[in-house]
Design a protein around this ligand. Sequence first.
Ligand code: ADP
Ligand code: ZN
Ligand code: ZN
Length: 666
Amino acid sequence: MTKPRILKVAIPAVPFFKLFEYLAPENSQNLQAGIRLEVPFGNRSKIAFLIATSIESDYPIEKLKLITRIIDDVPLLAEIDLKLLHWVAGYYHHPIGEVMSTAFPVALRQGKEAVIKKLPKLIEVETKTSQLICNDAQQNAIYKISATLGEFNIFVLDGVTGSGKTEVYMQLIQTVLDRNQQVLVLVPEITLTPQLQQRFQARFSTPIAISHSKLTDLQRKNTWLLMQSGACSLLLGTRSALFTPLPKIGLIILDEEHDSSFKQQEGFRFSARDVAVMRGKLANVPVILGSATPSLESLYNVKQHRYQHLSLPERAGNALPPLVQILDIRQQKLKEGLSAKLLEEMTTTLAKGEQVLLFLNRRGFAPTLICDDCGWVARCIHCDANLVIHRNKNLLRCHHCGTEHRLISTCPACQSPDLISLGLGTERLESVLTRLFTDKVVLRLDRDSTQKKGALDDFLAQIHAGAAHIILGTQLLAKGHHFPNVTLVAILDVDSGLFSTDFHSGEKLAQLIVQVSGRAGRELKQGKVLLQTRQPEHPLLTELLRDGYAKFAALALAEREMAGLPPFSYQALLRAHHENEELPQTFLQAVAALAQSLNEQNVQVLGAIPAPMARRAGQYRFQLLFQHTNRTTLHHLLRQLMPQILTLKLAAKVRWSLDVDPVDLF
Ligand code: ADP
Ligand code: ZN
Ligand code: ZN
């Protein structure tokens, strides 16, 4: 029999959907799918992944080039990993080469040798904390999930903030570790890894591998190989850790499953949550999706009996739920965004030696610089956006493209010195709080203040040590943190979330309110939450406060059903941009025409329309939305369409990408 010498390989960063063919060296052994190879490509050489071998080629054999070298003797990925990657490439209609490359840490993508250079000393804690005695709801969850180890099942662990979800995870992890299996724990944000890492270290005697984008290439490679070789059993990481090979996988946990950070928003746009579910299915292991505010998709899947619902309705131990109140700020004189009532509550709380947390989702000093005399506004020349004032750095900065200018003191249009900083950002709030509460320590936590390595850890340590009294911050604060001495929480600007055009915005605002509220009074002292709004009768707020998140979610789902929106339909968004305004539009119109010619099942094709931010970083942005009530129908069309798009001339000229199950239409 002839030996298969034709190698079909995937090459990352080449945006082609096809595989490339090469010849194996005459004397080589049978090569296995999944190994890395080095191949000549144009006048360079590239790292490629072997997908399949064959004895035949579509091309004349003499035209095929010989590979340069074989990097791995045996594949670093198991068959099941390859299966997952193939599924993912198909589902997201993304080139397999790029998908494969996502699965590897950078060092291995570059062809480095797959050996562990340095074993980690992650730190040995002498005495381990013991398991807590669980309440009935926790016990029930642990019982139900442990009964299905070794089978595929998806559980939505729907537990109010502070209900002891982490304790449930830890007891289950212990059981899986005792079975000599591996556990994958995913969190949405890097900032959430340290506290979970600490709790795991205090509990488990097994080493814990950490994987996120802030580690060095060497660290990530080591972590990857430790898990891949089975030397380490517990992996904690962000969405980039999802594809780490785990030969002995026994359980997958996704904490804060509702968080849109689980969706990769650039390049290969995958949902770590949905892929984790598929991974659990292929590996035959349970998947736990934990949250105090489960996504509407997951709740819908519960309703459809695809996911199992486990609820932890009460805070664990003796902690009480926070009191949430609407603070009507209509016709109130606000002091830099703070109402008199809020200031009074803050004073009382601080006097008791307790901490206050203020949430404002806007970085910088103020979002707008406007001339009082002629109305000139500082705009970004590259984007449809205002420049944000960053007074600490003496800058005007665009939050969309990063353009920076020195802060000016006279109007460039009329030379007036009367420039006004309009609106409120975290920097401005910080300065006013420092002035109002002179004997208190104010700590600002946002992307600007936590740039430096270790800064966030320092801040969190200060909060825990009680060294900071007033904590203010953005999104960063909303997620999963546990601050026992915070008893007053306020959301300063609820209204900005009420009027977005994106249909996801109601769900996101409700989640934010519940999550931020969940930072209050997590131990013995009851917490209070104040929502400053000029829309005190807005149904989203009144229903959420009166009936809670579950009722809100049920209503929101009913609205989505009536409107035929996801999860009652499926969407894919084709985005295109170019510095020439006409090209992306013409391109998407051509795609729409192609789609219509293939479209037998009436998939809705909407557009091309300008993106909500029509110009960004000098690029004109347009989009085309595909929608259908049947997922298979939608994907059938996309599968036929994608190769045809590549035949369009403009496909090579404009930058474009497909986003399957988009989480925002931006
Ligand atoms: P969640 O992850 O749901 O927000 P945590 O697991 O962080 O909640 O638990 C909140 C607090 O309650 C923690 O201090 C934890 O130690 C404590 N806790 C959890 N379960 C119990 C229990 N069964 N009895 C007493 N305290 C508990
Ligand atoms: Zn002016
Ligand atoms: Zn800009």
